[in-house]
Write a new protein. Structure first.
Length: 137
């Protein structure tokens, strides 16, 4: 089982007072139980670190980098991923989908990943499912 992990999933997992924290723990446990391969992008790393630092503090960034990050296969977004993501962004012509989302969708499709550990509605609107019941959050 391959699962793409997005910022919203990581943030909910690490931040105990996040509304989706308990659900994130369930999904993370399910991934561990099924020995899921966890994928993410370098843009998610940057986005997650920024959110954690701003909203929780620098210690949470350290925890993320030392405890969670080693579990991931990281797809480092280069100029080719960026070009594919920006092309998709302009194709969609929507304000509610970010460039980071578009790059992540490109990565997921290229690596044949249909499951997303994300609470971002854009993922399930694009047809990606959450591990477990293979439905949206």
């Amino acid at each position: 089982m391959k699962v793409f992990v997005d910022t919203s999933g990581i943030f909910a997992l690490l931040v105990m007072n996040d509304a989706m924290h308990n659900r994130a723990k369930e999904i993370f446990a399910l991934c561990a139980q099924n020995k899921a391969e966890l994928f993410t992008s370098s843009f998610v790393l940057i986005e997650t670190s920024a959110f954690l630092q701003r909203r929780v503090g620098l210690d949470s960034v350290r925890d993320f980098n030392t405890k969670i990050l080693p579990l991931f296969h990281i797809i480092w977004a280069d100029k080719e991923w960026y070009a594919r993501g920006i092309q998709r962004l302009f194709l969609y012509r929507r304000k509610d989908i970010s460039l980071v989302d578009c790059i992540n969708f490109e990565i997921m499709e290229t690596h044949d990943i249909s499951l997303s550990f994300s609470f971002d509605r854009q993922f399930w609107k694009m047809g990606f499912k959450i591990p477990g019941n293979q439905s949206k959050a």
